[in-house]
Write a protein that binds this ligand. Sequence first.
Ligand code: ADP
Length: 479
Amino acid sequence: MTDTPTQLFIGGTWVDAADGATMPVDDPATGEILCHVADAGAKDTRLAEDAAVQAQEEWARTAPRARSEILRRAYEIILDRVDELAHLMTSEMGKPLPEARGEVAYAAEFFRWFSEEAVRIDGGAGILPDGRNRMLLSRRPVGPCLLITPWNFPLAMGTRKIGPAIAAGCTMILKPAPQTPLSSLALAAILKEAGLPDGVLNVVTTSRAGEVCEPLLRGGRIRKLSFTGSTQVGRILLAQSADAVVRTSMELGGNAPFLVFDDADLDVAVDGAMLAKMRNMGEACTAANRFFVHSSVAEEFGRRLAERMGALVVGPGTRDGVDVGPLIDATGRAKVEELVADAVERGAEVLVGGRTPEGPGCFYPPTVLAGVDPESRLMDTEIFGPVAAIVTFDDEDEVVRRANDTPWGLVGYVFTEGLDRALRVSERLEVGMVGLNTGLVSNPAAPFGGVKQSGLGREGGRVGIEEFLEYQYLAVPVR
Ligand code: ADP
């Protein structure tokens, strides 16, 4: 902890907030304060914006190979420091160390992927249909970006945005979530070490997100917003982006359906459920939120899932053998408690868990609820905790209709051994991603994103860099 930066990173230097303000960072496993970091106000953010704007022109002219190699070096430094970064992440966010190590590797992979993409940005040339004009197409960075990230994947949500922005030649301001600023500050130090020029990345940690981000979005100098967070905040930011017609990529909430058909391999389905539900303690927008299980296998599936969930060890993420860390904070846990209480009041049966443990830290046990009333609040609210809610169905058309009956459309999971059904149902789901007989879809080489109110645009994959590029078309007469 002693080496981790706690100041703002502006124009390549570490500085305190102009008014000297700081904010505490808590350890969710103990509720104790880990340290204080700078708490930026509007003045600091303006300085960060100045730095990003000033650096933009030269950065856009930097050779793609040079940008690529900075990312590659950063990738290697991250991998050299997996343990150190994982400990930092666990201390501020709570996830168990093995999961934190997994996230560090996943986060690094975005840098490797986009280091490879940086040198594959191509344009085009051709003769227009009238034969009298040529068309020359080139790609340009969109310009200075504002990147806003959530607390649930403190490192990977940063690299997923910073990687393509660097590869495309954009400068940026990163505003991490106030709960988990340390991973982002550590990342900025790594990028500096990897040779990133001053001003290309600026990091402002703040407890006053609305106050500092709104002027950036309305000011006309920031050309792109990439946001990952709740749909509720996403809507506000979309409205603020309208003024200066800022380009947006939005990764918002989910309400993932998890469908288990009567012809599913139940071993595969239960493994998939454990991943789709318990990755990150259920604190993921991809987390399975609604389990629709065919009535003929629902009892067996519920029993096996409850057995697996009940065997998980809950405790501080730094302790050996722990599978499930604390939730992020008291508010997050209170929401999970309320949703479970509502479902139980409406008749759900608690197969395992469901009771908040005594003592410090924001712990909540892995919980399986069976016979959930479809009107329960957790069916249309992101639970963001380790709670699996099972409802039953009998008919394919009916379950597809119910799965799609939500404003969200990020990801869906389908478990069946029938090829025709697998494809038919996957294609009918109104989602950006489908896990077919698997509970994990996220991969840096695949386009991540949702439809409906789950967002706009895609991150990762070949298209990830497109979000940070513009076209310029040059019309040239044939003479
Ligand atoms: P969560 O509920 O998971 O914390 P949020 O959408 O509230 O999700 O937060 C995601 C990110 O958006 C965080 O970095 C948070 O600080 C930021 N944020 C929240 N409100 C605003 C706002 N009004 N303007 C800009 N950023 C915001």
